[in-house]
Design a protein around this ligand. Structure first.
Ligand SMILES: Nc1nc2c(ncn2[C@@H]2O[C@H](COP(=O)(O)OP(=O)(O)OP(=O)(O)O)[C@@H](O)[C@H]2O)c(=O)[nH]1
Ligand SMILES: [Mg+2]
Length: 403
């Protein structure tokens, strides 16, 4: 099997057609990232890499989330491994000994693909593929592939494509001096151009095309938003960690038909619906893309226009899956992501999935919120009476006092 980033000077320039990714420029075939309909799966090892000081979660919870990402992508795991690292090697990610252990295991078990829970830089990615001689999917690839599968609208697809190009560009930058110096062969338009320069030039055009199209779509979104703002209805946004139950709540409150399922990143596109509370109290409520730890920043940047909606919200309903062991970490990650995108809005925590939590645990969190004066509601999104309670809360909230 040819390693994904294998450096093959003979192949350079063998593909004269304009390339949109540097695999084509290198003459290699584009790595086929897994999709739901991949029938024959390569023998895959899921390697949970737990780095001291970087991974602050409990190992089991971090590993469980990693495996649900792999499952969401529809990949079967043939082998699993947990590798604890005290430090990360800049060029290989793993220390020499740990890398050798992994390579030996892959060789002995005829592993054809490695999936890592961590994100790698370009050089680490390439070196790992060369050392193991199999395809490597890192955290960025994994999340990007899930986003690709979930993107339904033109805007969602363009945003994912933009993120993909910028991830490739960043990885190419990190791949070392050889690509920066290697001359691009026949078929390139720029004489004396290096592989890296050629790729950056070609992808710049691709980026511009997509950004232009996205701007056009953003104009439509702007016009719709202006109309909504004129309507004087308060705007509520559901935010939260992926799989917390945001879409289930939107569907339950408004009879919308947003896909809600036990998969990470089921929703990528923002859906806004009218929320009828009483005859004279109506609001607008929207669902947004979920967050996750180490969400590749390229994806956040690409989804900026979708996430921009949050800047216009009057209230955020921060949905938390209370049945998940790591709910506290999830809250922190969502808060950090909101801070990154400069969203600061009045927020109420909606602790969801209380049906899957013991009464004692529930009491404890309720008391904690009371003691700390944290605005919070506790619901099961599948219970009508709980949604009525949520509606009552919104009806009596400040949302309508200022209007
Ligand atoms: N037990 C239980 N399951 C729930 C509840 N609310 C939602 N779920 C389930 O949790 C899963 C995720 O729900 P979604 O509404 O898709 O979650 P989301 O936050 O929109 O997820 P993303 O779009 O992936 O970010 C689905 O399988 C829901 O049926 C609840 O109150 N109790
Ligand atoms: Mg959703």
């Amino acid at each position: 099997m040819v390693a994904r980033w294998a450096h093959n000077p003979k192949a350079v320039g063998s593909n004269p057609t304009p390339a949109t990714n540097f695999f084509q420029i290198l003459g290699a075939s584009m790595p086929k990232l897994p999709t739901h309909d991949t029938l024959i799966q390569p023998k895959t090892i899921a390697v949970c890499t737990y780095v001291a000081g970087v991974n602050t979660w409990k190992l089991e919870d971090y590993n469980a989330e990693f495996k649900s990402l792999v499952k969401t992508l529809g990949l079967e795991i043939a082998h699993e491994m947990v590798i604890k690292l005290r430090l990360v090697d800049k060029a290989r990610f793993f220390t020499k000994g740990k890398l050798q252990d992994l390579v030996d295991f892959c060789n002995a078990n005829k592993v054809e693909q490695i999936i890592l829970s961590s994100g790698l830089n370009g050089l680490q990615h390439r070196n790992l593929e060369v050392a193991a001689n199999v395809k490597v999917i890192d955290r960025t690839d994994l999340i990007l592939s899930i986003f690709k599968n979930s993107a339904k609208t033109a805007e969602g697809k363009l945003q994912v494509e933009l993120a993909e190009i910028s991830i490739e560009r960043t990885k190419l930058y990190g791949m070392g001096k050889d690509l920066a110096q290697q001359q691009h062969g026949e078929g390139s338009r720029g004489p004396g151009e290096t592989v890296r320069e050629h790729f950056l030039r070609e992808t710049s055009e691709e980026v511009l095309k997509r950004e232009k199209r996205l701007k056009e779509l953003a104009k439509v979104r702007d016009a719709q938003r202006k109309k909504r703002l004129k309507s004087d209805k308060p705007m509520i946004s559901l935010v939260g960690y992926t799989n917390a139950g945001k879409s289930t709540i939107l569907n339950g409150l408004t009879h919308a038909d947003v896909l809600a399922e036990n998969k990470l990143f089921a929703t990528l596109d923002t859906t806004t619906k009218e929320l009828f509370l009483t005859l004279d109290k109506k609001a607008l409520i929207s669902d947004t893309v979920g967050f996750i730890s180490d969400l590749p920043h390229h994806l956040i940047r690409a989804f900026r226009s979708t996430l921009d909606e949050l800047h216009y919200a009057d209230l955020l309903l921060h949905v938390v899956d209370l049945s998940n062991h790591s709910w506290r970490e999830h809250i922190e990650i969502v808060n950090e992501t909101l801070k990154d995108i400069e969203v600061k809005k009045p927020t109420v925590l909606i602790f969801n999935k209380i049906d899957a939590v013991s009464e004692d645990a529930l009491e404890e969190v309720k008391n904690e919120c009371l003691e700390k004066n944290i605005p919070a509601l506790f619901i099961c999104a599948n219970e009508k009476s709980d949604l009525v309670q949520l509606k009552k809360f919104l009806e009596n909230s400040n949302l309508f006092k200022k209007k």
